[in-house]
Write a new protein. Structure first.
Length: 256
């Protein structure tokens, strides 16, 4: 499993850096029903002003490592995702402050946080939905969803019309070991569509890989985040400040 994923990582990195086909794994606990007319979408489009209630994560956690996958082409869609104007991470003030406590505790144990995604605008989620409905775009299938066809991804909630990320208090992350100067071995890669991404899928995990996943999970839970059972990297602040608001301002921060 580890050898297969490592090989896939190298191959997809090379392939996707040279390909820009047009076309996420959506939250596996997201609502897959069409958005109702009275759903709240905050259509923030004026990029000269920063969104109220949000912060630039690296202002709160300066040593966080960012690998914003949806700004790059190294993601399951194989292209930069709509709304990602900068390779940065935004979170609500409350989520960022809680994540700072996670960072502080793990730093004492020799780890830094590595962020794959944080706030995600609705326009990005819409991009994922369009991608999922294009049967001809299978550029990254062998690297992220080799066992499934696109209709399965949508029908089973991997991709949905709404996402917890869009409410601003959800983060996708892993750990970086400061002693080895490498990512911690979690036994699987970010955004892998399959049971191997389930936090406690012991069939393919070594004891150390499971312990690594549990270290991240337990520390996040301790500081107010809730996990999901399908993605080891995904956490949402329990007491999120905007539980019913799906924002649409871009991933952009204007440095004053």
């Amino acid at each position: 499993m580890k050898k297969h994923l490592f090989t896939s990582f190298i191959m997809v990195a090379c392939l996707l850096c040279s390909c820009h086909s047009s076309s996420k794994q959506e939250d596996s606990n997201a609502d897959n029903t069409p958005a109702e007319p009275n759903d709240v979408y905050s259509a923030y489009v004026d990029s000269t002003h920063n969104p109220e209630g949000f912060v630039l994560l690296t202002d709160v956690i300066p040593d966080a490592i960012l690998e914003i996958r949806y700004y790059s082409t190294y993601n399951f869609a194989g292209t930069r995702i709509d709304g990602y104007l900068q390779p940065i991470a935004l979170l609500t003030v409350e989520a960022a402050n809680a994540l700072k406590k996670v960072s502080d505790e793990l730093k004492e144990q020799g780890y830094r946080l590595k962020i794959y995604d944080a706030y995600r605008p609705q326009q990005a989620v819409d991009h994922f939905v369009r991608w999922s409905k294009d049967p001809n775009d299978t550029l990254t299938k062998q690297y992220f969803y080799p066992m499934f066809e696109k209709p399965y991804l949508f029908d089973n909630g991997y991709i949905a019309r709404r996402s917890g990320h869009t409410r601003g208090s959800t983060v996708d992350l892993t750990l970086f070991d400061m002693r080895t100067e490498k990512e911690v071995d979690m036994g699987g890669t970010f955004d892998w569509f399959g049971v191997e991404s389930h936090p406690s899928h012991t069939a393919t995990l070594t004891r150390q890989q499971l312990a690594n996943r549990m270290l991240l999970r337990n520390t996040m839970v301790k500081h107010g985040f809730k996990p999901i059972e399908t993605e080891w990297w995904h956490f949402t602040l329990k007491n999120e400040p905007y539980p019913d608001t799906y924002f649409n301002h871009p991933v952009y921060w204007n440095v004053q």
